[in-house]
Design a protein around this ligand. Sequence first.
Ligand code: 5GP
Length: 214
Amino acid sequence: MPPLVEAGMLVIISGPSGSGKGTVVKRLSPENGYALSISVTTRSPRVGEEHGRDYFFATEDEFKKMRAENELLEHAAYVGNFYGTPRAYVEEQIENGKIVVLEIDVYGALQVKEKFPSAILIFLIPPSLPELSARLNNRGTEDAVTIDRRLKKALEELPLINRYNYLVINDDVPDAVNKINSIVTAERLKPARSAKIIEEFIASKPVNRNAKES
Ligand code: 5GP
């Protein structure tokens, strides 16, 4: 396992379907050091989704093979489909000092937290449940039965919020993005993530310009 403290950082963003996670996550810029992990899923692509950009779309057999060969950092079943995070990309990017972002469900998030205790868990919610159902209905990508299952899943996930480090209400996308940037900035300043800097600071020689030469 790569040393997470020191090099990069792992940020996990979860929240109910319709919370706007996808939109928020896509605005975390690579210029600010973010690297977005692309998941593998057995669900069918939605209109406008692209293989390799939104997801790696796979058959159930392909997914099971990746899982059996330990190529997934975590995986979970969500409303009838499998989802998983390819391990290699995450480990490489953390080693390169990137802020790796996983947009995954709560069960996957808790699996990753076990493996990387210093991962930061952020839960994103819409302002209210009526707003959530309105968003799911308005986006028109799922049928009524799937929307219902996704809403039930949202209610099932909510009690797990207290396992998260931060809660962000996504009322306004730029505001939610700013909050995530602030969380990351503050986390990066924690001494536990800066052991090397502290070591170098202590090793650097003090200069006393007023000291008399002996
Ligand atoms: P959607 O089908 O709406 O794209 O995603 C459904 C749910 O699966 C969302 O809560 C999303 O965060 C979650 N998800 C997406 N990729 C992964 C993954 O790699 N692992 C896990 N555990 N959940 C994922």
